[in-house]
Write a protein that binds this ligand. Structure first.
Ligand code: ZN
Ligand code: ZN
Length: 276
């Protein structure tokens, strides 16, 4: 599906279909329309599920990759997003990484996953509604506004490279939840330039290194939030990574109410992560 090789012809990254897919575009496997939604679910929902094998070396986390290797990973993300953006059946693709047992990693070898879906997932839909509402009221992207405020107050700042900014999320779900945003407004990850893939690799490696200084072992979910394909939200949406360390367990309140209790304030977390 996609193979990145080095000058010697050895593979560096492979993108392959997930052996145990959560969704499928195989016609015989697709659920019939919603009329049977309350019947027996015996088939997979529609979509595509891919795995990025990010190194031929048997390593687990991105801090074990060089900047060059991580650049190639982001370029592979970009390539697969561009691929799915031309498929009319697909509306949005989620890319995510589960590192460590507490984050739900089922494979020890370094990898990420892509789920391409025919609908916009709820997390993105909620962000889009809020972003559109803010834009209509203030004529400005809410994420650009957020960046300005974080860079002014600096209390939640973790790393500022000039073209990317990392800060502890104001309403993070878990201690040390860190968001990484491009400084320049952009709705879609697939528009990222080669230069920016390098700066992004550098800032993500710095963030993970600092988190490793606070949490051991470090388990986390890295979530790419990017606009739906063929979107009209290019003015109000702004792609970003949400890195959610998994140091506390989701319990009754989280599952029952869909809300999160975070015992560490983002200002205190950033104070431990920020290096002057
Ligand atoms: Zn923006
Ligand atoms: Zn988000």
């Amino acid at each position: 599906m996609l193979e990145v090789t080095n000058a010697g012809g050895e593979w560096q990254i492979r993108v392959i279909p997930n052996k145990y897919p959560a969704v499928t575009l195989g016609l015989s496997d697709i659920l019939p329309p919603a009329s049977s939604a309350l019947g027996v679910v015996s088939q997979l929902p529609a979509g595509a599920h891919e795995v990025f094998v990010e190194s031929p070396r048997h390593i687990q986390d991105i801090w074990e990759l060089s900047v060059d290797e991580l650049v190639q990973v982001f370029q592979a993300y970009r390539e697969r997003l561009r691929f799915w953006s031309t498929d009319e059946r697909i509306c949005h693709a989620s890319i995510f990484k589960n590192v460590g047992l507490a984050a739900g990693a089922s494979l020890e070898h370094i990898h990420s996953q892509l789920l391409a879906l025919p609908d916009i997932p709820p997390a993105i839909a909620t962000e889009l509604v809020g972003a559109r509402r803010y834009y209509d009221e203030h004529h400005r992207c809410v994420f650009c506004q957020l960046l300005d405020e974080e860079l002014t107050h600096r209390q939640r700042l973790v790393v500022d490279t000039g073209s990317f900014v990392a800060f502890c999320a104001y309403a993070g779900r878990q201690p040390y939840e860190t968001w990484i945003l491009p400084r320049k407004h952009s709705a879609s990850f697939e528009q990222l330039s080669d230069t920016d893939t390098r700066t992004l690799a550098e800032i993500l490696l710095q963030v993970v290194e600092r988190l490793r200084g606070q949490l051991s072992p470090l388990s986390y979910n890295l979530l790419l939030h990017t606009a739906p394909f063929r979107t009209t939200a290019t003015d109000c949406y702004h792609w970003h990574f949400e890195l959610v360390p998994r140091s506390t367990t989701l319990a009754g309140f989280e599952w029952g109410a869909g809300m999160h209790i975070n015992p560490l304030s983002p200002e205190r977390a950033a104070g431990r992560l920020y290096v002057k």
